[in-house]
Design a protein around this ligand. Structure first.
Ligand SMILES: *[C@@H]1O[C@H](CO)[C@@H](O)[C@H](O)[C@H]1NC(C)=O
Ligand SMILES: *[C@@H]1O[C@H](CO)[C@@H](O)[C@H](O)[C@H]1NC(C)=O
Length: 335
């Protein structure tokens, strides 16, 4: 944040305390203009801009009052999604579909069952097993991003090579049981990669944020393969910890809470359900200064969201499924 921005936000806070709401509006308008410039947002009409300004204002007021209450271990903040209502945001940015899929209820063997050398904290980024944050855009294929991040992880761990892999290949070609931009399951994505005998590079089959027909030529340019996948025993954060100690793990979560859209930093310990609507990848874990344990997750909502695209979410909560259902449907590929 530049010095002028810092000064501005201090002034903004003072101003909002001292002046009435009507006088406050120009400063929010100014923030909106700045935000539009930062994210290259343009509106088609005056009325659209006014509509978006009002949403921006509502979001900003919610964020400021939440942060002012200051009684949670996380903070909210303005990001790329600040001019979207929560419903608009959800419609465009989730995409894990739970019901009616036989493969989601299978239980597999769990190779890390007896693993006991669990360190107190771990960050797979530091070990070079995590590619840069990606952005799914307005396509509900979080499932593809989650599966790809888990494959990228295990391939780096077993070969030493970190290769960014193609979500678009999964989006176009992993259609058996998956619904493209309308949702899907990581297990089906792993199955596809096994059947295709591999997956190609991101740069060979780049992301388009829209489903197309499967490009057989690109799909046949596999660079890495997996042999199988396993499910982590459900509702068991201890088992999940053993798995994450060994490799990044795909998980489904309830990302439908308002605070998810606006999450900025800290350990998320907010209200959360267990209707699994979103998919992410756990890439580590740790404990914050207050002694609160957390999972470190890689999301696919770009770098403006959260901690440069990542989130800490409370670990070891007193519900079997974990906070936001994070321990309910975890899976990982096997190289
Ligand atoms: C935090 O404070 C707000 C406003 O005072 C209150 O509504 C909320 O219940 C509090 N949350 C916790 C976890 O204490
Ligand atoms: C874990 O240990 C038990 C008891 O020795 C054994 O029966 C089981 O097969 C082991 N699990 C794995 C995945 O190796």
């Amino acid at each position: 944040m530049s010095l002028t921005l810092v000064l501005f936000s201090i002034f903004g806070t003072l101003a909002s305390q001292a002046m009435s709401r009507t006088i406050d509006e120009p400063s929010i308008a100014y923030k909106h203009e700045q935000w539009m410039a930062t994210y290259g947002r343009k509106y088609e009409s005056k009325s659209e801009k006014e509509k978006r300004f009002n949403i921006f204002k509502d979001n900003l007021e919610y964020i400021e009052s939440f942060n002012k209450a200051g009684n949670r271990s996380y903070k909210l903040g303005i990001n790329e999604f600040a001019d979207m209502t929560h419903d608009e945001f959800l419609a465009a940015h989730s995409g894990y579909k739970m019901p009616h899929n036989p493969t989601t209820s299978i239980s597999t063997s769990f190779r890390y069952e007896n693993f006991s050398e669990v360190p107190t904290n771990l960050d797979w980024r530091e070990k070079g097993a995590v590619t840069a944050i990606k952005y799914q855009g307005t396509c509900g294929c979080c499932w593809a991003f989650s599966a790809v991040a888990a494959i990228e992880g295990i391939i780096q761990i077993t070969t030493g090579n970190l290769i960014s892999l193609s979500e678009q290949q999964l989006l176009d070609c992993s259609t058996n049981g998956n619904r493209g931009c309308n949702g899907g399951w990581m297990m089906n994505a792993f199955e596809y990669v096994m059947q295709n005998k591999g997956i190609t590079k991101e740069e060979t089959y780049p992301y388009q944020a829209i489903q197309g027909t499967c490009d057989m030529e690109k799909a046949a340019a596999q660079v890495v393969d997996i042999s199988s996948y396993e499910m982590v025993p459900a509702n068991d954060e201890e088992a999940l910890l053993k798995a994450v100690t060994n490799q990044p793990v795909s998980v489904a979560i309830d990302g439908s809470g308002l605070d998810f859209q606006q999450y900025k930093t800290g350990v998320f310990d907010g209200n959360c359900g267990t209707s699994l609507t979103h998919a992410v990848t756990i890439i580590g874990y740790g404990t914050n200064e207050e002694g609160k344990n957390y999972w470190l997750i890689k999301n696919s909502w770009g770098e403006s969201w959260g901690e440069n695209g990542y989130m800490k979410i409370q670990r070891d909560v007193n519900t079997p499924g974990g906070l936001c259902g994070i321990a309910m449907k975890a899976s990982y590929p096997i190289a």
